[in-house]
Design a protein around this ligand. Sequence first.
Ligand code: KIV
Ligand code: ZN
Length: 520
Amino acid sequence: MTDTTNRVLIFDTTLRDGEQSPGATMTHEEKLEIAELLDDMGVDIIEAGFPIASEGDFRAVSEIAKRSKDAVICGLSRAQYADIDRCWEAVKHAARPRIHTFIGTSPQHRAIPNLDMDQMAERIHDTVTHARNLCDNVQWSPMDATRTEHDYLCRVVEIAIKAGATTINIPDTVGYTAPVESADLIRMLIAKVPGADEVIFSTHCHNDLGMATANSLAAVAGGARQIECTINGLGERAGNTALEEVVMALRVRHDIMPWTTGVDSTRLMNISRRVSSVSGFPVQYNKAIVGKNAFAHESGIHQDGMLKSADTFEIMRPSDVGLADTNLVMGKHSGRAALRKKLEDLGYQLGDNQLKDVFVRFKDLADRKKEVYDEDLVALMRAGEDAATDRLVIRSLKVTCGTGGPAEATLVMAIDGAESTATETGDGPVDATFRAVRALHPNDATLQLYQVHAVTEGTDAQATVSVRLEEAGNIATGQSADTDTVVASARAYVNALNRLLTRRGKVGQDAKEISYKDVG
Ligand code: KIV
Ligand code: ZN
């Protein structure tokens, strides 16, 4: 089966490897929404979660499987019967289910389950056979393949193929490999392993040395026909291969990389924004393909060139990735229909009631800010998320600060509908505000990250604030935006607390109990 076509399968693991990234946790509804966007965009396989990790993961994978349209729905499982059974219980609802099972095969990873090479080989045979008895679409991964001895890798890949694996995924778990090596490894496996031409080889790269995209494309040159990747390169540490990068690289450089994907690239910008919004991970401004500056040409020389001919500096059109050619600026005279159209262009489909609510907030923003840009609207939409289910709601905030004394914040907050007020002082307005929140809602959450970004230019720009909190092993990220940085900070902090409350309400059910690193 290997290398018979020029089609490369896109396997998205935003909801599994991406979501595992500390702080990137998504709610159930958010996972369903992202899965639907991925399916509609033409992703071939969606790894929807790790069903045995928690009740929440199980529910999400089952529901995504039930709602799936064209994509294969895959779940992750360790090399244990109970994991594989649980995975099957979740993915079996899909029209096209897949079980993905893995075990760490490098010397570093073999030490964890304390198996010698022969015992591990036997475990691989047994677990892949078990998976294949449940499902006719089985993917097997030797975790940390790029640091596994070649002879042993060939041996276990052969065992997995004989036991019925239909896809063999070769992970660069620690982001250690380099392009030439990545291509050679796949080539070597295809050449040496009996039965290799019966399966699809896949590549799964992490970006620790910034080479994930290059390594993935090199693996394809070596014969891989599946790339595992995430939107915005979300994922643990430096992240995974970015889906948008491999898709656009294959498209733009088709002359030297003659492989195609089934992804509709015009949906990339929209899904990138949604994943950033729900994960709370901002997209780096100069990120390839989906960064805010990826299509901005500011220097005089560039603008001059662009005016003469777009291809002077552009190798792709903004519209290829779903960016409207013109950034139509909205303002206080813009009406509801214009707002709806604009939000649709940005990927938000709103019902009439939602539009009504957003319109009020848009008018409020437009009163304070002359020109409302796309980025402002995306920030506005983000700020409105979760609001309906929030247990903590800020009613008002007054802050005094300046030279000659500590800042003071007076906060009125409703907790489960009951309002109370606190006044606290602090080392600056944000500190005073956060103290006031804690006075009204005492908690043990520790602040892991506090980040402020100006959404656009100018002193009336909105600030987007991200706050990441950790409490008893649960991590939640809150975001908000406002022209007032302190207000945005307060809302982001409260947003993160609300998310922790939601997770706390489901401890034992939803909290992550098992990580894919617990390779027993
Ligand atoms: O990075 C990795 O090795 C993984 C495996 C579970 C496929 O994510
Ligand atoms: Zn991974």
